[in-house]
Every structure is written in structure tokens, then in C-alpha cells.
Design a protein around this ligand. Sequence first.
Ligand SMILES: NC(=O)c1ccc[n+]([C@@H]2O[C@H](COP(=O)([O-])OP(=O)(O)OC[C@H]3O[C@@H](n4cnc5c(N)ncnc54)[C@H](OP(=O)(O)O)[C@@H]3O)[C@@H](O)[C@H]2O)c1
Length: 321
Amino acid sequence: MTHHQHPLGSGFGPAATADEVLAGLDLTGKHVIVTGGGSGLGRESARALTRAGASVTVVSRSAGPPDRLDLMDPDSIDAFAARWRETGRPLDVLINNAGIPAPGEVRRDGRGNEAQFSTGHLGHFRLTLALRPALRAAGAAGGARVVNVSSGAHRFGEIRWDEPNFVHNYHPGAAYAQTKRANVLFAVELDRRWAADGIRGYAVHPGVVVGTTLNDGAGRESLRAQGLIDASGRPIIDPVAGKKTVTQGASTIVFAAASPLLKGIGGVYLKDNDIAVLDDTVRPLTPDRIPSDACSASIDPESAGRLWELSEALGVVDRAR
Ligand SMILES: NC(=O)c1ccc[n+]([C@@H]2O[C@H](COP(=O)([O-])OP(=O)(O)OC[C@H]3O[C@@H](n4cnc5c(N)ncnc54)[C@H](OP(=O)(O)O)[C@@H]3O)[C@@H](O)[C@H]2O)c1
């Protein structure tokens, strides 16, 4: 599906907000799940989709039952998915958004998987597969979408095929970037496998958004050095440079979730409310420039298939699903 990796000309620029992208769309009757929807970009996406008429379920560690979900805990994932399936509700859109601020010291889940990879990829992988029957039902009735919230950091990541859990040489940024690359590759392979069932996969770079727990974890010094806050600590908002407000950041997530322009297209990586261009030039991250276009390695079909296999093995997912 990589031939679709070029902009559509959606008409929305980088400064568009989530409400602007959804204006005129009626999502009444659509069921949406947002992971990590209790804060930041997930919360803003959930609110905008709700205003457009969708029935949105926000799952998080801090939610009460039945919407409690801990992506680092397979039992919690399976229990949530089973409850959803029991209701018989189709699932039109699954937004795999949750993530954690890169811990300075390596953290692991109960199976020994590195915490960012466990939360941001393996947990979402398990959840998505467990919800497949509900996605299939929506797929048959007009289309279902899985939206993985990635980051421009995917460009700096690589999957450490032999050592994805950083048993040696843990580096917080490398672990974050690996997870964000996995988010893109997962969308590519999901689309290849499930498009025939009407289920399409997308990956999204929301922009860089100061003020969420995830980004604030970097600390004031680091945010200032990255050109994300000014001398008095206020966020610098420059959407063309990729520095956005929360609602500008949520816009590409809801675009992927709902835009009719994406009908018949999947397995693509989006930014700024459109499909991103493919750019394989090596570009450093500077305070003025945040490289965030697609790159060939992140949408490579062979790597995408290989990651699926690795994820099944690491997550111990039932291969029959
Ligand atoms: N902010 C940015 O500049 C930026 C840039 C590029 C990409 N992103 C991506 O955008 C996504 C959202 O980030 P954000 O900036 O909005 O950060 P955020 O406000 O910290 O949101 C992250 C959410 O993840 C949830 N979460 C963490 N661990 C979890 C677990 N084990 N199980 C279930 N939920 C868990 C948290 O919910 P609870 O703590 O309530 O469980 C929280 O609501 C992330 O995937 C991030 O990588 C962000």
C-alpha cells in the first residue's frame, strides 16, 4: 500500500483544529475507543469526536470499570476486550494513542518487555487483535479504522530485532523512537492483512505539543533547548514548524479516524491533516526543524510483517485471531 504515501491535498493546513477537521461530519452511531483518552491528545480527540456525534469510550488506567485498561497488563487488556465483545457492539474506530514519558532508567512489564514498547506497541497490538471481531463487524457494515498515534520520532527509531527490550544499552530516546516506528509498521501490516475485511490502518504524527504529561516529562531545560518553550516557559506555537496546541495536535488523529477523503486508502502515515510525503533525506532534529515526514524504512512491508511476528511472540498472542 506504500504507493498511497503521498498527500491528498486535503485542504486542511497544519494549524487546523480537531473541530475544524470534523466540521460537517455526523458521526452519530459510530463507536470509537480511545486509549489514553483521559489526558492530552487522547482527551482532546475524544472530546472532538463526541461533539461530532460519535459514541466514544475512553479507556485508561485511572478509569473505573468497565473502561479500566492497563496496556502493560495482558489480563486487563483481555478483560476489557472481552467485555466489549460481549456487548455485541461493532467498533468503527480504535485509536491507539496511549504512551508514557520515556523513563530515564529502564522499566519493564511483568513479562520483561521494555515499558514504552509494552505500553505503546505490544499492549496496543494485543488490544487490537482482541477487538478484531468488533472491528470486523464495523468493517462489514461500511468500514472500520485503527489509528496508531506515532510521532516524527519514528524517523530516528529502528526495531532492535534481536534485542527489542533493551536488555543492554538502554537509551530512553532510542526506546521511544523504536516504539513510534513500531506504531507505523503495525498500521502498515494491519492494513495489508485486514483491508479485505474493511478494516484499514493508519499511523499519525500529531505534531509536538507542550503541556501534555508525556512531553512535560522532558523538563523545562530540555523543552527550552528544543525550542518548544520561550524564556518565560510559555509554549511556542508554530504549527508550520510542527509546534502545536493540543487541539491542533488532535486534528490529524481525528482526520485519520473520520475523514471521508481516506476512504479506500490505508497503510499510510499522516501528519498535518493529510497523508505525509515520503522523505528519505537524513535530517537532524534542531530547535527550528522537527523532521516528521514518512520514511521508507517506517513503511517497509517486509519489516512490517516481521514486526507482526515478533509482536505475536513477545506478546504471546493467540495466532488464530
Ligand atoms: N505530546 C507530544 O508532543 C507528542 C508528539 C508526538 C507523538 N505523541 C504521542 O501522542 C500520544 C499521546 O501523548 P500525550 O502527549 O497526549 O501524552 P499524555 O497526556 O501523557 O497521554 C498519555 C496517555 O497514555 C495513558 N497511559 C500511559 N500508560 C498507560 C497504560 N499502561 N495503560 C493505559 N493507558 C496508559 C495515560 O493514561 P493514564 O495515566 O490515565 O492511564 C495518558 O492518558 C502518545 O502516543 C505520544 O507518543 C505526543
